[in-house]
Design a protein around this ligand. Sequence first.
Ligand code: TXA
Ligand code: MG
Length: 342
Amino acid sequence: MKTEYYLLSECEDNVFERAGQIIREGGLVAFPTETVYGLGGDAYDPTAAERIFAAKGRPSDNPLIVHVARPSDAESFAVTNDTYYKLAEHFMPGPLTVILEKKDNIPKSVTGGLDTVAVRCPSNVYARRLIEAAGVPIAAPSANISGKPSPTNGRHVYEDMEGKIAMILDGGDCAIGVESTVIRLEEDGCTILRPGEVIARELARVVGNVYVAEAVTDPAAAGENPQSPGMKYRHYAPKAKLVLVDGTDEEFAGFINEYSGRCAVLSYSENLGDYKNALVLDAGSRESAHEQMKKLFSVLRSCDEIDCEIIFAHLPPKTDDFLALYNRIIRAAGSEVIYLAK
Ligand code: TXA
Ligand code: MG
């Protein structure tokens, strides 16, 4: 298949009309969101869902998120409630995904066989224009080949999807860089199934109690009790082995400098000069979860372009602000951590 590729900063409205038509006809369009790029198809069309799974090489029991232009558009296919609208008022459009009971018009192939559906209203202007132009809700996972880091720019999408889908819309770098926060509603609050830019203390102000699913910090738990099925798969992994290291900056640098093999380091921006024989990649400022999140997937992808046999990175703190980063990087590392602190 020939993939049409458009740089959105240079495009006319008719590109969105054409993209919307592709979606309505059952085809796939990759598009930017504020989190990561999505691989979109008509959420009402089971064939589109099958095409999405095929293009990603993704197990079809891993459900897709359904994207809407306005929070109230979820009424057409999901059972909403007051808590959903309270959350929508604070966090939509934006990087929050809410699990709701599904109606019959959403095929089970979209929800991985579940009776629930994930709803998200993105804030990215191009994503919103695409959903409006399609006139149907858009089912979209991240637009990467399953297992690879999620795409945060058009080039990443092109690398993974060229020749497999009808169209790629390139809207530049994603502002956030990790996927949306996914939550399930509870009687007295909500449970975070996947952490993201919207963090627990912000959710708590709106819904009361916020719980965190065990699988968020312990990927092994996801295999046993998959509340959010996506969490059980190994994810985001570069080709070389990624190992996390827990210790002070001095301990970390000492460890790297004693390592004798060809290694790469995901270094904090503040410490780029601390390493002797390693290939050093800038992972962002130690203080800024936002900066590190924005760079993470892109840096993991660039590890595939350098000659190294192992990659070392800092183990992020498990705090609220860094939880999304912690969650993504332990998956990328297959939970392999070296503890240096005595
Ligand atoms: O930021 C994002 O959420 C991006 C952009 C494109 O919107 N999308 C994304 O989709 O990350 P995907 O398919 O890569 O991840 C969807 C996550 C998975 O962890 C999946 O298990 C969970 O949402 N999920 C989807 N439907 C669910 C459901 N009904 N119940 C529980 N978890 C669900
Ligand atoms: Mg994904």
